[in-house]
Ligand binder design. Structure first.
Ligand code: G3H
Length: 482
């Protein structure tokens, strides 16, 4: 979708396979083909976005708030008619189970409605005046310009839209390249975009990130790089911009969120929350718990209960009832997880659960590893998959020191009961990460709460309200009279 036109592509294409097999003897399923656009087409999309923005003078950035909201409302209405198709593709393309796929769709719809409401609030606020030192100010929020938007494969609809929707409603124009996995599910929505927004406001291009994003960044015509993915790609793209210091970054990156289980924790609760935290969507979430620190006085009991629960999780196809674990969408992921397991075992760790590491097709059963030490790869690397390192500690300073030394700083889960212990600990933890989850697993939602991170975990904040700020700038009219 470029310049309001759904273009037919005659050039190279690539095939999209699902790691879910539709045959008895395992064979990846061919789901469809997508265009492999080149640099020229990427620049065409960029120019379309640039013209539509027209240095802030275009139809979209100057459009009345009420009209921009009407466009967004049309979009969400059309989008809702595609629920079944998109949910099905979420299951086939990325292996997300049915309840979570439905949740991803519905959460996105809610997110759009909430964004509309938050935008109305900004508009109401802009009608107010402030007075300081005899000067009245009428403060507004305005767009930043052209946004390059790149989303992740694990939430190809929802998280991508947490960039796209606020960017659009604030009056920016967008070039959007869907993630490599979860690419097909944007197709059913192309027409909705085309019918809802003026020409050039949303431009959607298909192909390889490095082929398409590089020339777009090198052009220097992009004002915002909005990316959810890894910091390596974000750094490479940022470096390509000739004026990288004035580029606005909205980035959601890696994390290695720990759980800390204190001696007085409710172990059943901690185990249940750690199961959800480590293994929802097979651990492929930036918010997943990726390392469990358990006090030495309870580690044996925790490990016993936790490993038992891990082994009771049902594996199967995403649409089957009760399925929690599914085939991994990245073909090379099981081999990577196996590498982490082998490395840890070679350095003295054991797999605690009976099924840990069993493989079938593109699936690897989650392995609980213990005792995990600092020299093991799984201690440092963001595994983004089903392997769970457990570390025992005797002094709370041990996990705190590790967190302080980590490159990441998104969230932590803290399990314990004694308020006198928890309270000072929370004060320390909030300076290491951005969200402390008390007796609960880490997560992004509810979407009204700020979603961000320290260090290499994020730049800018995403939440319904914060994202509108991240994609805009405060401007004002000053006057001596009100
Ligand atoms: O992958 C990162 C996502 O932000 C995780 O979101 O906590 O709602 O699953 P979630």
């Amino acid at each position: 979708l470029v310049s309001g036109e759904l273009k037919q592509w005659q050039g190279a294409t690539s095939e999209v396979y699902s790691t879910i097999s539709s045959t008895q003897d395992y064979k990846p399923t061919l789901l469809g083909t997508v265009p492999e656009l080149g640099g020229n087409e990427a620049i065409e999309a960029l120019n379309a976005a640039h013209e539509a923005y027209d240095n802030g003078q275009g139809l979209w950035p100057t459009m009345k708030v009420v009209d921009r909201i009407a466009c967004m409302e049309t979009f969400v209405k059309l989008m809702k008619t595609k629920r079944e198709e998109v949910v099905k593709l979420l299951m086939w393309e990325i292996g997300k189970n049915l309840p979570d796929s439905e949740k991803e769709f519905d959460r996105t719809v809610d997110y759009i409605y909430d964004t509309i409401e938050a935008y109305k609030q900004i508009d109401r606020d802009s009608a107010k005046f402030e007075k300081n030192d005899g000067v009245y100010a009428h403060i507004r929020r305005g767009p930043l310009g052209v946004v390059l938007c790149l989303g992740p494969y694990n939430y190809p609809l929802n998280e991508t839209f947490t960039l796209l929707i606020p960017a659009l409603i604030m009056g920016n124009t967008v070039i959007f390249k869907p993630a490599k996995l979860g690419v097909l599910l944007i197709y059913p929505l192309l027409e909705a975009f085309q019918k809802s927004f003026p020409k050039g406001v949303v431009n959607i291009i298909y192909g390889r990130g490095r082929v398409l994003a590089a020339p777009i960044m090198e052009s220097g015509k992009v004002d915002v790089l909005a990316l959810i993915g890894n910091s390596k790609s974000a750094n490479i793209l940022q470096e390509k911009h000739p004026k990288k210091n004035r580029l606005r970054l909205v980035l959601g990156l890696e994390a290695k969120n720990p759980a800390i289980v204190l001696p007085d924790a409710d172990l059943d609760l901690a185990v249940d929350e750690c199961i959800t935290g480590t293994l929802s969507f097979n651990g492929q979430r930036c918010t997943a718990l990726k390392i469990l620190y358990v006090h030495e006085s309870v580690v044996e009991e925790f490990n016993r209960r936790f490993s038992y629960k891990v082994d009771s999780l049902k594996f199967g196809n995403p649409w089957e009832p009760g399925v929690k674990l599914t085939p991994l969408p990245e073909v090379d992921k099981p081999a990577y997880i196996q590498e982490l397991i082998d490395d840890a075992i070679s350095k003295g760790a054991k797999i605690l659960n009976k099924k840990g590491g069993e493989t079938s097709e593109n699936f690897i059963y989650p392995a609980v590893l213990y005792p995990v030490k600092k020299d093991m790869r799984v201690f440092i690397e963001e595994q983004f998959g089903p392997v769970i390192p457990v570390v025992s500690f005797s002094d709370i300073e041990e996990p705190l020191d590790d967190m302080a030394e980590s490159n990441y700083g998104q969230q932590v889960s803290l399990f314990g009961k004694n308020v006198n212990t928890l309270s000072p600990l929370i004060d320390t933890l909030v300076n290491l990460v951005c969200r402390v989850n008390l007796n609960s697993s880490c997560q992004r939602g509810p979407d009204v709460y700020p979603f961000t991170g320290r260090k290499d975990s994020a730049v800018s904040t995403l939440s319904v309200h914060d994202a509108l700020r991240s994609f805009s700038i405060r401007t004002f009219v000053a006057s001596k009279d009100n």
